[in-house]
Design a binder for this molecule. Sequence first.
Ligand SMILES: Nc1ncnc2c1ncn2[C@@H]1O[C@H](COP(=O)(O)OP(=O)(O)OP(=O)(O)O)[C@@H](O)[C@H]1O
Length: 359
Amino acid sequence: MGLNLESLTIRYGSAPPAVQGVSLALGAGRIAALIGPSGCGKTSLLRAVAGLVPVAEGRIRVAGTDVSGVAPEQRQVGMMFQDYALFPHLRVDQNIAFGLHRRTRAERERRVAQMLEMTGLADLAREPIHQLSGGQQQRVALARALAPQPRVMLLDEPFSALDVELRERLAHEVRQILRQSQTTTLLVTHDQSEAFALADEVGVMNAGRLEQWGEPQDLYLQPATPFAADFVGRGTLISPALGQALGFGPGVLPEIAAPDGGPPHWLLRPADLCIADEGIPPGSAARPVLSAELVRKSFRGADWLYTLRLTALPGPQGTAPEVRVQVPAWSRHDCGTALPLRPAFRPLHPAPGMDVPSA
Ligand SMILES: Nc1ncnc2c1ncn2[C@@H]1O[C@H](COP(=O)(O)OP(=O)(O)OP(=O)(O)O)[C@@H](O)[C@H]1O
């Protein structure tokens, strides 16, 4: 086994626990990412695995060994920080050799050469750090952390200092490097697309607890809790009655077991609804229409995310339920506007002879 956490709890003073009862199992050589809102305990958990924060309750096992009370430098856990913490006045190869002081000179040179090769830095080996770009520095930091062959590698917001385009490219490169070195890795990021691009497994944290742990696609398709549904993919769990009022028949929206053991809910994503009078595809004009009022909107670049109140449907306490709808970037509606909604056209089970383009 790579990394196991058993009922891990972390406290700072008398405040409520920063991490509470988190258990997870990460297989050897696998890559996992923790995501969750700011302050949910991601970094605290990572730092506890590194031994930088004491554990109040629970156990941490690295490759089967309980390291909960072991000093950080004896855990064989590598950590790469947001700011890389490189030595700017030293050369690339000297930075990579930093954690290898206990090895013989020949061993050290061999390992540094290996790491330079693996991270594509061989041509820059003798350059001083301060002359490198952000992306190159990021690779040096990774090479330095991997050089002592840690049993577990921890990455804290590894790309936060880089621009978006570089982040995407490096995420793939870093994944390849970690794969090649078969290093069990746990990383923390606030960027979901980064987590999904890099990780085999993703953990969703909320208020110190691990809400869900699973493969990225399962997290999206089968969120375990309303929080996970909302946080990953801005989904909302709605009652089947509301789903039917919105015009969905049974079996159209994914069914999710209610957390309290009650009747299952339906998972509504922002792409499942659209504004009734816009871009009506053939065959869907006759679908039911429900009136709603635009409450909030946020521009996301490629589209808008609208939050609408279903004014025709008072909820259980007399409050109208809200839904989120993804609308095209060119849409222009003011908050307070009444907008008719209908289910988005989605041929789940194309009729025989229907021409559905393949992906
Ligand atoms: N050294 C510390 N002393 C006291 N409280 C702390 C300390 N570090 C973190 N906390 C608190 O613990 C909680 C979890 O913080 P943590 O940094 O682990 O969250 P996070 O999910 O990594 O947040 P972010 O995404 O903003 O970095 C927060 O309430 C924070 O204020």
